[in-house]
Design a binder for this molecule. Structure first.
Ligand SMILES: *Cc1c(COP(=O)(O)O)cnc(C)c1O
Length: 398
């Protein structure tokens, strides 16, 4: 994105860190007790507090969400030559750990109702795999932009085939599905505290599960797999994946305000919906019944034959007004890295749901620290850039 001076006021970011003010006190405590060494009391406390917030038996704090996915897959026995089912419509970090382990992703399309993993495509993928006598070792489900996937059907299908589920809840901390927190419905859940997520430690992640033995094993693997001996002894390969005590302190302060952050992001969404939802050509990411998303990013699609050009124009107009916006995630089966990888569409024929979302969608600035005045600036640019579209659709309707 251009760094040059742009018109329209100070820059509005997609999602910027939002401190509560209490972080410094936790950091100071770490300094006072000289617990700058990576492991320390903030880590245990952060793990317990997060586990209790989401309602899981335990949690293991790690250096990133990606590391948490890597550990979850390893704990499920994913290795060389195995297959792992993964949505195509997601950020690359969901799939990279599959490759770290020498396994292969099988990509599955989205469904129109949730934009997340299509149970129809998932079932077809598992049926094929089962017929070939080669079931995947795991299924990774993502709750994109904080919107919940269709967990009831996905869990039912995976249980039927006996394949464990990892929930990539990196974007959905605080979202609920029938009252249960995202990340606690599968066998493992992971969260990310990267700088752009709903709460942040500047960088970090968490693995949660009810399988406390597996979490112990995760801690072991994340600290260089050091055997219980005074001398340094290692029987298996490990990683340096633990979160530092200082960052865990920031996480504790952030977790205290998570509910407020969810509320603020939902309010940002509500204001967009109120201003733009009345236009026929604009469709927001749906929130299915029984779910409450954190609306990490407000995402919408343009319903119009010329949607691609309209999105391009919208991105340009927002960029010129010094506002950061992004297309929706580019499907992984379209990424050069994954050329030739198997992809199961929601529809057996024709275009895929996730390609359509990518072509016609956009994410809007959604930070919990964005002011209503800033949001009005975003809305005004969108209204202006889609004016032609609205008169065209009005004409078409009359
Ligand atoms: C951010 C993100 C991750 C990775 O988290 P990091 O902490 O940045 O490693 C994984 N999956 C999704 C869907 C994400 O948005």
């Amino acid at each position: 994105m251009s760094q040059q001076q742009q018109s329209g006021g100070s820059r509005i970011y997609l999602s910027s860190p939002h401190m509560s003010g209490k972080e410094q006190a936790y950091i100071d405590e770490a300094f006072r007790s000289n617990w700058i060494a990576p492991l320390g009391p903030h880590i245990n406390a952060f793990e317990q507090e997060l586990a209790s917030y989401v309602g899981s038996r335990g949690a293991t704090a790690v250096s990133s969400g990606t590391a948490a996915i890597h550990l979850a897959l390893q704990l499920l026995g994913v290795g060389e030559g195995d297959q792992v089912i993964c949505p195509s419509f997601t950020f690359i970090a969901t799939a990279n750990p599959i490759v770290y382990l020498g396994a292969k992703p099988l990509f599955v399309d989205s469904e129109p109702d949730t934009w997340n993993m299509s149970p129809v495509a998932l079932e077809r993928a598992l049926r094929h795999a089962s017929a070939a006598g080669r079931l995947p070792k795991a299924v990774i489900v993502v709750h994109l932009y904080g919107g919940m996937a269709n967990m009831e059907r996905i869990m039912e299908i995976c249980d039927r085939y006996g394949v464990p589920v990892v929930e990539d809840a990196a974007e959905s901390l605080g979202s609920t599905y029938r009252g249960r927190q995202s990340g606690t419905l599968g066998h493992f859940g992971i969260y990310s505290f990267n700088g752009n997520k709903i709460i942040t430690t500047s960088g970090g992640g968490m693995l949660v599960s009810d399988h406390t033995d597996a979490l112990e094993r995760a801690k072991f693997l994340a600290t260089q797999a050091r055997d219980a001996a005074v001398h340094y002894q290692h029987s298996v390969m490990g990683y340096n994946y633990r979160m530092s005590n200082v960052l865990a302190g920031i996480g504790r302060a952030q977790l205290e305000v998570l509910d407020q952050r969810v509320q603020a992001r939902r309010e940002v969404y509500r204001r967009y919906e109120e201003a733009l939802g009345k236009y026929e050509a604009i469709a927001f990411m749906p929130e299915p019944e029984g779910t409450c998303g954190n609306r990490w990013l407000t995402a919408l699609t343009i319903k119009h034959p010329g949607a691609e050009a309209i999105i391009a124009g919208l991105l340009d107009a927002l960029g010129e007004a010094n506002i950061e916006a992004r297309p929706l995630w580019k499907p992984l089966h379209l990424q050069p890295l994954f050329r030739g990888t198997t992809f199961y569409g929601h529809y057996e024929q024709g275009s895929s749901v996730c390609e359509e979302l990518f072509r016609t969608g956009i994410c809007l600035p959604s930070g919990s620290n964005m002011s209503p005045e800033e949001q009005d600036r975003v809305i005004a640019v969108i209204e202006d850039a889609t004016r032609g579209l609205r008169s065209a659709s009005t004409e078409a309707a009359s």
